[in-house]
Design a protein around this ligand. Structure first.
Ligand SMILES: N[C@@H](CCC(=O)N[C@@H](CS)C(=O)NCC(=O)O)C(=O)O
Length: 228
């Protein structure tokens, strides 16, 4: 099984299934389709178009060439294939709630995502403070994220959103990265969750790889001219 991903410093969607597979020790081969640009004639588009008509990463490719694209579909496929691992919570209501918040992440939080692109290697606290002060939609997204995490942790008792580590924690791993990069303010109970999420095996391994990358991609860098 291969997982086609983008640059680890920048590719938030790639991060989710990679972290999930690594956390649950499900074997896979990583294939890096580095971002040059997302233009139709880019090397990236040529690489991924051969595997998925959607032309985006991540893509999961089985040994016989069968491909699954789009993060939520990949998560569901892997959860079914490896049903002995509790990728989703075993309890039906917790599972339903975990799916609700993953779907909410998948289709929502546009203001937060647009303003704060994932950039693991960067430290941009002044950007975080400025954007939050200026943009009510970003503040609203952050407030919703905080209440979503607090409700999940209160309902499960932790240590992860729905008790044991699940797809939901992998789904929010890129948001955890953004909170760190842009020094977004979160209550103390969530700071503790963030520490646990960062230390989780899959996320820690992704961060280490992201920090080892040397690429600076201007089209992913609205706030910097170069690596500091
Ligand atoms: N809904 C897709 C989104 C995937 C996505 O936007 N991936 C980005 C990289 S993080 C990409 O491939 N972008 C290329 C493009 O927008 O053309 C998913 O969940 O996998």
């Amino acid at each position: 099984m291969q997982l086609i991903i983008g640059d680890k410093n920048y590719s938030s969607w790639s991060m989710r299934p990679w972290v999930m597979l690594t956390q649950f020790e499900i074997p896979f081969e990583e294939v890096l389709a580095r971002f040059d640009s997302f233009a139709p004639d880019s090397r990236f588009k040529a690489t991924v178009a051969a595997l998925s008509p959607a032309g985006k990463v991540p893509i999961l490719v089985e040994d016989d060439g069968f491909a699954v694209w789009d993060t939520l579909a990949i998560a569901e496929y892997v959860a079914e294939k490896y049903a002995d691992h509790a990728l989703w919570p075993r309890d039906a209501r917790r599972r339903a709630r975990a799916r609700s918040v993953c779907a909410e992440m998948h289709s929502g939080f546009g203001a937060l995502r647009n303003a704060f692109g994932m950039n693991i290697e960067a430290a941009l606290p002044e950007v975080g403070a400025r954007v939050l002060a200026e943009d009510a939609a970003v503040r609203a997204d952050l407030a919703r994220m905080i209440s979503l995490w607090q409700d999940a942790l209160a309902g499960s008792g932790g240590p992860f959103l729905f008790g044991d580590y699940s797809i939901a924690d992998a789904y929010f791993a890129p948001v955890v990265m953004r909170i760190r990069t842009y020094a977004l303010p979160v209550p103390a109970d969530l700071a503790a969750y963030i520490d646990r999420a960062v230390a989780a095996k899959g996320t820690a391994a992704w961060i280490a790889d992201a920090l080892a990358e040397q690429e600076f991609l201007p089209f992913e860098e609205p706030y910097r001219q170069s690596r500091d």
